[in-house]
Design a protein around this ligand. Structure first.
Ligand code: ATP
Length: 441
């Protein structure tokens, strides 16, 4: 499949079948925003559910949190977000790195690196960049406070470190998991869901003892664990890789930074998730700016210290984009989204073989209504059965269940597998267990 057109195919399928629509489309759109349609919202919810399950429910060393999007602006001073990006910067249009417009040597070095890789080099005009999105809060005109829509979901966790500790009595190491919206005034939004101005992040902030070796091992553990998670949901391991950040590429506080990258059709390897060793930067800065003690008392060692943080930070929308790209297959006229059943919007579709035979329709409806109690399932009685299979393949429905004349005699149905196109007959009473078991694979 030609890779340049793969992205176009996904954008078009996503719109046509109700996964993703351009934001505010009837008004000509709004750059950097997209809306999730009826199927997209199911897939996105499934992805977030899987993240929560793996990161919270399947573990004993983590808890969840859901902090407010708008925080006291001091939090952003502490995190460095308000002071950073206030210099005139130019942005490299190829890799989006921003460099101070007056740092000509750095700009030259940067251009050289791209030329060496035979990549294009061009820069945006120098501008005052601040990635934080401002909003005005308050009821009375003239008394409104300038606040920020969070630029990352991370800080909402760190400002609650003490609250989580006091309410859960956790011992180090432990982690706090969060999923939520973040906003950035990206200079060059683009590549569909890849670079948005409003997007969602899924993160873990894992607090550890400030010990080099232990923290290093935990860092490595989370790197592998996060990579394993993407592969466990069906992403092709050959299209995934780790990349270590160069020293000058890292945030100033980061002791180590690696990305999980996906081999995209728009310029190769692209960041999907970052794993960062943040040291004690966040807690120390919030302690300094708030005047609160954010240290941890280690009962075994009888000492007090500020924990270090290992962070895993992934983009929900980027993951959705890469899962869609990864799942797309063509087989002649057939377009198949080979999504993992756990991610697929519908787990199954139920059809009556013929829509004009009331007995078949009635029986199929009863199968459909029963399954609906436990699974998200689709109903389709339009056109012929072949067309319905094609339509379900294109949206990634793993199984199609057909009620035919034999069903009326022996209470069995045919179940057709999306990936193999093979059919088998099973008892109606066993469909539920079948879907349950296969979802677990
Ligand atoms: P990039 O270098 O691509 O701008 P970043 O290094 O600034 O990304 P982080 O701040 O580490 O990204 O954010 C963590 C994750 O959040 C990223 O790996 C990505 O999946 C997601 N993310 C960041 N910015 C965006 C965006 N503008 N649109 C969609 N997802 C984003």
């Amino acid at each position: 499949m030609e890779s340049a057109s793969l992205m176009e195919k996904i954008v078009s399928l996503a719109k046509r079948r109700g996964f993703i629509f351009p934001g505010s489309e009837i008004y000509g759109g709004l750059a950097g925003t997209y809306d999730y349609g009826p199927l997209g919202v199911e897939m996105k919810n499934n992805l977030k559910k899987e993240f929560w399950r793996a990161m919270v429910y399947d573990r004993q060393d983590t808890v969840g949190l859901d902090a407010a999007i708008i925080m006291n602006p001091k939090a952003w001073e502490a995190s460095g977000h308000t002071s950073a990006f206030t210099d005139p910067l130019v942005e490299c249009k190829t890799c989006h790195e921003r460099i101070r417009a007056d740092h000509s040597e750095e700009i030259e070095e940067h251009a050289k690196a791209h030329k060496k890789k035979k990549e294009p080099v061009s820069w945006t005009e120098p501008r005052q960049f601040n990635l934080l999105v401002e909003a005005k809060l308050g009821a009375v005109e003239g008394e409104k406070t300038t606040v920020y829509l969070r630029g990352e979901i991370t800080q909402g966790v760190h400002v609650n470190f003490k609250n989580v500790l006091d309410s859960t009595h956790r011992k180090l190491p432990f982690g706090v998991v969060q999923i939520g919206k973040a906003f950035r005034n990206e200079i060059t939004p683009g590549n569909f869901l890849f670079r948005l101005r409003e997007f969602e992040q899924m993160e873990l902030q894992y607090y550890v003892k400030p010990e080099e070796r232990e923290a290093g091992e935990i860092f490595e553990y989370w790197k592998q664990e996060r990579m394993r998670w993407y592969a466990s949901l069906g992403m092709d391991p050959k299209r995934l890789c780790f990349r270590e950040h160069e020293k000058d590429e890292r945030a100033h506080y980061a002791r180590a930074a690696w990305d999980i990258e996906y081999d995209s059709p728009f310029g190769g390897w692209k960041e999907m998730e970052g794993i960062h060793h943040r040291g004690d930067w966040d807690l120390s800065r919030h302690a300094q700016f708030s005047g609160q003690d954010l240290s941890y008392y280690d009962e075994e060692r009888k000492e007090r210290y500020v924990p270090w943080v290992i962070e895993t930070s992934g983009g929900v929308d980027r993951a959705i984009l890469f899962f869609l790209l990864d799942a797309y297959h063509e087989d002649g006229e057939r377009k198949i989204l080979k999504l993992h059943p756990r991610l697929a919007p519908y787990k199954a579709a139920v059809f009556p073989l013929l829509a004009n035979k009331p007995q078949l329709v009635e029986k199929a409806k009863s199968v459909y209504n029963d399954l609906k109690k436990d699974f998200v399932v689709a109903w389709d009685d339009r056109g012929n059965i072949g067309k319905r299979y094609y339509a379900q393949d294109e949206i990634g429905t793993p199984w199609c269940i057909t009620v035919d004349f034999q069903t009326l005699e022996d209470d069995t149905v045919t179940v057709r597998d999306r990936d193999t196109a093979q059919q088998e007959r099973i008892k109606i009473a066993e469909i539920s267990a079948f879907l349950q078991k296969i979802q677990e694979r």
